[in-house]
Design a protein around this ligand. Structure first.
Ligand code: PLP
Length: 407
């Protein structure tokens, strides 16, 4: 294979989102690779096992031939179970033919943007976000438009900021609550205001509720999908990875207005034909089986969150504004030090891996720390950091965050 002179393969990759690649997160992972005994609080992958009844259901399904393609939208009983969940959790009427089972919520987000965006179409989303969103928007030729979020408002997007950024090219608003990386939970009145704005400006809304079961304090989770103002403007994206500790099964779903099912088919079928059959059987068992396993996971994560917050407070890192998801989003204790430099310091001096906020959009000054190691390992991480880092005096002005407007 020949490459035109002076042009590397990477440079020939035509998509901006592809060329971006790499970044702080990868540099840190490479640094961690060369060390031993690192406590890893970086990746968003639960340490807890998939509940046993789900694994058993998948084994039985394999024995009964779940080794072939299913319908491109997914097996009917699973789609019916998803529709029933939407009725139960959001009080929205959804039919099984609007549900599309995907290879994780990740595939759903890619499919949505490929289906809906024309080049130059704008999508509004939080400046601190799961970066696959901005990448998937760019890969579809769209333009991510970032809504600023602030510690003083617990990193919740402000509907007025959203409205101010709407242009004639705006097509979609992405609402993720609880949010990755900040753990921001959007309060019910803010959800209602966002729904009203979407309606008034004729925008579609993506409701990503993948962390819905993990709220630890403050207002409860409300899905924007449950807001009656939206009617059929909503595309729901959700999955099983977080709620049931099933990241490796690669199964999630989207629920779309009926008229979008046809256009979605073109993209979804081209990508993966259908979600893995065995994982669909597991997902069905997850939805239909006992839910106390989810309550137990939430209880465990809540305990770990407390360990981190109690440990971070004397170090001047705070983090109480992170009220949900599987993360805490503390700040760099020293003014002037970059997130990346602080993470390197934590890695080199405490042997703990955490990710800089800059790996998740506009996150300079903050870090993302996961709740996803066994509780004793979380304690070990805090005691290593406490031993390695100086105690920072509490700065009252920087500490006002949790009293913010929508708290
Ligand atoms: C907000 C958000 N949506 C979607 C995903 C993708 O999840 P899945 O494993 O279902 O593809 C993630 C993964 O971290 C996420 O944080």
């Amino acid at each position: 294979m020949s490459v035109r002179s002076g042009q590397t393969m990477a440079a020939r990759a035509s998509k901006r989102a592809v060329r971006q690649g790499g970044g702080d997160r990868e540099r840190l992972l490479a640094l961690a690779e060369s060390r031993r005994d690192v406590v890893r609080l970086g990746r968003g992958d639960p340490d807890l096992p998939t509940p046993a009844h789900i694994i058993e259901a998948a084994k039985r399904a394999l024995d009964h031939g779940a080794t072939h393609y299913t319908h491109w939208q997914g097996q009917l009983d699973l789609r019916e179970a998803v529709a029933e969940k939407c009725r139960r959790d959001y009080r929205v009427e959804v039919a099984a033919d609007q549900v599309i089972i995907t290879a994780g919520a990740q595939e759903a987000m890619y499919v949505v943007f490929q289906t809906l965006l024309d080049p130059g179409d704008e999508v509004l989303l939080a400046d601190r976000h799961y970066t696959s969103y901005s990448r998937a928007i760019r890969l579809a030729g769209g333009v991510p438009v970032f809504v600023p979020t602030h510690e003083a408002n617990n990193f919740v997007i402000d509907p007025q900021d959203v409205e101010a950024l709407i242009s004639p090219r705006t097509k979609l608003v992405v609402v993720v609550s609880p949010e990755n990386p900040t753990g921001a939970v959007i309060p019910p009145d803010t959800i209602a205001a966002l729904a009203r704005i979407a309606n008034e400006h004729d925008l579609m809304v993506i409701a990503d509720d993948i962390y819905e079961k993990f709220v630890y304090e403050g207002p409860p989770h409300v899905s924007i999908a449950s807001d009656p103002a939206l009617g059929d403007r909503t595309i729901m994206i959700n999955g099983f990875s977080k709620t049931y500790a099933m990241t490796g099964w690669r199964v999630g779903y989207m629920v779309v207005p009926r008229e979008l099912v046809g256009p979605v088919q073109v993209v979804k079928h081209t990508l993966t034909i259908c979600a893995p059959a065995v994982s669909q059987a597991a997902a069905l068992a997850a939805l239909e089986g006992p839910q106390d396993c989810v309550d137990e996971m939430r209880r465990i994560y809540a305990g770990r969150r407390r360990i981190l917050l109690d440990g971070f407070e004397p170090l001047g890192m705070g983090g109480r504004w992170s009220r949900g998801a599987l993360y805490v989003y503390p700040r760099v204790p020293r003014d002037g030090e970059s997130s990346y430099d602080f993470c390197v310091r934590v890695l080199e001096q405490a042997n703990v891996l955490i990710f800089p906020g800059t790996a998740f959009g506009a996150g300079e000054g903050y870090m993302r720390v996961t709740l996803l190691q066994p509780t004793e390992v979380m304690r070990e991480a805090v005691s290593r950091m406490t031993a390695a880092l100086p105690k920072e005096p509490r700065d009252a002005t920087r500490d006002e965050g949790h009293h913010g407007r929508t708290a």
